[in-house]
Design a protein around this ligand. Structure first.
Ligand code: HEC
Ligand code: HEC
Length: 277
């Protein structure tokens, strides 16, 4: 099956229309305006404008993200706050033993993943490395509820800040690896990330309105699964949809892909935790 059969072309509606408040193009979260549309970063050759995934969702799903009382992800954020104060591991410490407030992490998510001591490091790596070293605690599962809830809580501290992931210096080789993956055709369908998220965003695929596959809202709460979804879990799902063998969550391949995809979001607001269908 080739692209033309899978993607039923439906006129892209929302784009180019003048934006005004509450029109499906303009996102205020708790009164704060998010950048959901901006000029693509220079290094993204295939797009002129980048759009947040929020722009492609139905009005009902969009509304859930505008009000923290309506946002179902906030239950998990609350659980993470409890976790932040819970003692765990052989050292008898909680996060709060050393970190006065999660607000200290403001800005961090906008720059992740990044290279630390030569290693491409995601937020998951940071937290598990840290749990082992600072707490003597067992690692959390990559896409498990503790991990993704804590990442959502930390991400919330950067909400509204522009994504600003470095791609030069130490990050350059990982960027190149991730970029190559993005344009590689996978599976029986022979489709790359770019075939869907660059060439066909705005079109319908099956029952879904295709976005640009940005990750400025991750971890996202998916209504279908009723839980927080990690970045790597989303990548796996997309590759599986092309009927290809996929990479493991936490693999070096997905770290590099994450860096590249995150860099395509540079300039969009961090929207963590976003809500999706
Ligand atoms: C023993 C004290 C200690 C404990 C316990 C601790 N941390 Fe840390 N944390 C630190 C120190 C010191 C740093 C800065 C140096 C580093 O990155 O190792 C740090 C850095 C971090 C960073 C990176 C901040 C940045 O801007 O790069 C995050 C995120 C973080 N901690 C989260 C947590 C969380 C979540 C927990 C609980 C699961 C936790 N920490 C438990 C001491 C601690
Ligand atoms: C066959 C088409 C297709 C391919 C190929 C594909 N995706 Fe997707 N992807 C989708 C659909 C459909 C969705 C759900 C609707 C949406 O958000 O675009 C989605 C969603 C996403 C999202 C969530 C966006 C958000 O705002 O919640 C990300 C991130 C993503 N894809 C990344 C990728 C990456 C990286 C690749 C390549 C490894 C890829 N996708 C390949 C179809 C595809």
């Amino acid at each position: 099956m080739k692209m033309t059969k899978i993607i039923a072309t439906v006129a892209a509606c929302a784009f180019g229309a003048a934006a005004s408040a509450q029109d499906g193009n303009t996102l205020f979260v708790e009164g704060e305006k998010m950048v959901t549309e901006t000029a693509a970063p220079d290094h993204v050759e295939g797009l002129r404008t980048i759009y947040s995934g929020w722009r492609f969702r139905t009005p009902e799903t969009q509304a859930l993200q505008m009000d923290d009382f309506e946002n179902p992800a906030m239950i998990f954020v609350d659980q993470a706050l409890d976790l932040f104060n819970t003692v765990d591991g052989s050292e008898g410490r909680s996060c709060a033993s050393c970190h006065e407030s999660v607000e200290d992490f403001a800005g961090l998510t906008a720059t992740m993943p990044k290279v630390i001591d030569g290693k491409l490091t995601t937020m998951e790596d940071l937290l598990n490395g840290h749990r082992a070293k600072a707490m003597g605690a067992e690692p959390w599962k990559w896409s498990g509820p503790e991990m993704q809830s804590m990442i959502a809580l930390i991400g919330l501290q950067s909400r509204g800040m522009p994504m600003n992931v470095a791609i030069d210096g130490d990050a350059a080789p990982f960027y190149e690896q991730g970029k190559e993956m993005y344009y590689t055709r996978y599976g029986q369908l022979e489709m790359s990330c770019a075939n869907c998220h660059e060439d066909n965003y705005g079109n319908m695929i099956r029952a879904d309105h295709l976005s640009q596959g940005q990750i400025n809202g991750f971890p996202t709460y998916r209504l279908k699964q009723a839980k927080l979804i990690s970045r790597h879990n989303r990548f796996r799902g997309c590759i599986r949809d092309t009927r290809a063998e996929t990479f493991a969550e936490g693999s070096d391949e997905f770290r590099a892909l994450e860096l590249y995809v995150a860099s395509r979001s540079n300039g969009l607001s961090v929207e963590t935790p976003a809500v999706r269908q």
